[in-house]
Design a protein around this ligand. Structure first.
Ligand code: OGA
Ligand code: MN
Length: 291
């Protein structure tokens, strides 16, 4: 059966009709879902029954090679057995809620800043696939912002001014803006990466702003001037008209295109409620099935 895409926002994000992604191997359907990603930027699937291995296998069928360096590994040994599977949860290895002062919790709080996944790496992350296993009874949303619409809404003079600029991204930077401290040894592992500020989807030709809280500076500008421009662009790109909030149900899988969107987690009572999600991110390289 052909997947049906139902838009959830005027600009982006669609819910996909019932489909069991664990069992999905049909190349035609996978191609239709990739085309759906190019159009909508974020796809929401309900009632998935992923195991960790099943989620990893699906991610590779869908978009090729997996990212294994999306960040937390520098400060937190992965509690999960699989490289490539990121633990987006507020519990420790024994399944207990992390203490409010726990360094792993404070590091993870950085996910509440607007960002794209692994922009501080080269290659960066292309698709992220976040599977909700345990969700709180209270609201604990993830918000998405459409970076294609944000780019389109810039005036032409600004589009021209920023067209050939490059941005340095570092995960240490986004955490440091929250007062999180790193050892020299950690900082050594977190040098960051440089990417264009405006990126073009090779299949659709649509441009988008490639921004994140990880952005430290614009390479072609003095640091303060670049930071001011980055702040202005961030304010613009996260205006409410570009934003959709996803309210999680257990069994949801949400896939987002990190080149077309930014996202952030919203605050919730993480000292009271368990919230366990698992993320797999693919490498933004050519030659993957989506290319
Ligand atoms: C992520 C992320 C936010 C959230 O998984 O990459 O940023 O709401 N998650 O958990
Ligand atoms: Mn993220």
């Amino acid at each position: 059966m052909k997947p049906v895409f139902t838009p959830l926002h005027p600009l982006f994000v669609a819910e996909v009709s019932a489909i069991d992604l664990m069992q999905l191997h049909d190349p035609g359907t996978l191609a239709l879902l990739r085309a759906g990603m190019d159009q909508h930027g974020v796809l929401v699937f309900h009632d998935q029954t992923f195991t960790d291995a099943g989620q990893l296998a699906f991610a590779q069928r869908f978009d090729g090679a997996l990212h294994t360096k999306t960040g937390a590994a520098a400060v937190r040994p992965n509690r999960l057995k699989y490289e490539g599977l990121s633990d987006i949860s507020n519990v420790d290895e024994d399944g207990k809620l992390l203490h409010s002062e726990d360094r792993r919790r404070m590091y993870a709080l950085g996910n509440r800043l607007w960002h794209t996944d692994a922009s501080f790496q080269d290659p960066a992350g292309r698709y992220s696939m976040l599977s909700a296993r345990v969700v709180p009874p209270a609201e604990a949303d993830t918000e998405f912002a459409d970076m294609r619409a944000a780019y389109d809404a810039l005036d032409v003079a600004t589009q021209k001014r920023i067209e050939s600029l490059h941005v340095h991204h570092s995960i240490a930077h986004s955490r440091q803006t929250l007062g999180f401290e790193f050892s020299n040894e950690e900082l050594d592992k977190l040098r960051g990466a440089v990417h264009p500020l405006v990126r073009t989807n090779p299949r659709t030709g649509r441009r988008s702003l490639y921004l994140a809280a990880h952005a430290t500076r614009i390479m072609e500008m003095p640091v303060p001037e670049g930071r001011l421009l980055l702040r202005d662009l961030m304010d613009h790109a996260t205006e409410r008209r570009f934003v959709h909030a996803h309210s999680w149900r257990a069994g949801d899988l949400v896939i987002w295109d990190n080149l077309a969107t930014m996202h952030r987690g919203r605050p919730y009572e993480d000292g009271v409620h368990r919230r366990e999600l698992r993320r797999v991110t693919t490498l933004d390289i050519e030659g993957a099935p989506a290319a």
